[in-house]
Ligand binder design. Structure first.
Ligand code: IMP
Length: 193
């Protein structure tokens, strides 16, 4: 089976995607192909970062590959933290500190609407393709649940009475930004195969 490299070592993401690629491609992670360096992510847009990562892999490892970049875009904060979501509270990329900062920035604000947006850049046979997934919702006033990662405990998707961190991985996958972007990626890959 053909291999497809996912530009990540995040076990949560790999689990989310590997199952869906089953039968189409064999998914390989960065550590599995021996890519141990930090791939630069210096763009100011999600598209730019996703592209930067997939191009980097393609240039050095000459493989079919894809990379994703996600941002939490909060209306009352003019789209912040956006492309800086991982480093919102500083370079340590500390999820707890990021949530604390977000809750404090939103204190007293009535509009708590937000969305997660994921952009995927795929390089297949040397050609680049983009896919995007969005899930809208609100930022809760306190943490709920212990599943997932990142901002999950404070994000409540529209149509639900609980946070992302209170959903199972399967439930979250069906409606999440990354789940939706990956659906499009899989659809494309199954059509081109
Ligand atoms: P990345 O581009 O997927 O690394 O995402 C950047 C940052 O967005 C992460 O460090 C998390 O803080 C946040 N993030 C991405 N995806 C999710 C998610 O599914 N739930 C909660 N937070 C997420």
């Amino acid at each position: 089976m053909k291999q497809l490299v996912f530009a990540t070592n995040n076990a949560h993401k790999v689990d989310e995607v590997r199952e869906k690629l089953h039968g189409l491609f064999e998914l390989r992670t960065l550590s599995e192909i021996g890519c141990v360096e930090d791939i630069p992510e210096t763009s100011e847009t999600l598209h730019g970062n996703a592209s930067q990562k997939s191009q980097y892999l393609h240039d050095r490892f000459h493989c079919d590959c894809f990379a994703d970049d996600t941002g939490l875009e909060v209306e009352a904060l003019n789209g912040a933290p956006g492309v800086y979501s991982a480093r919102y509270a500083g370079p340590a990329k500390d999820s707890e500190a990021n949530i604390d900062k977000l809750l404090s920035e939103l204190k007293g604000k009535e509009n708590r609407r937000a969305r997660f947006r994921t952009v995927i850049s795929l390089i297949l046979d040397g050609q680049e393709h983009f896919f995007e997934g969005i899930v809208s919702g609100v930022i809760l006033t306190e943490r709920h649940g212990s599943q997932g990662f990142g901002y999950d405990p404070v994000f409540q998707p529209d149509g639900y009475n609980c946070s992302f961190a209170e959903l199972s991985m399967e439930e979250k996958n069906k409606i999440s930004h990354r789940g939706r972007a990956v659906e499009q990626l899989i659809q494309f890959l199954s059509e081109t195969k």
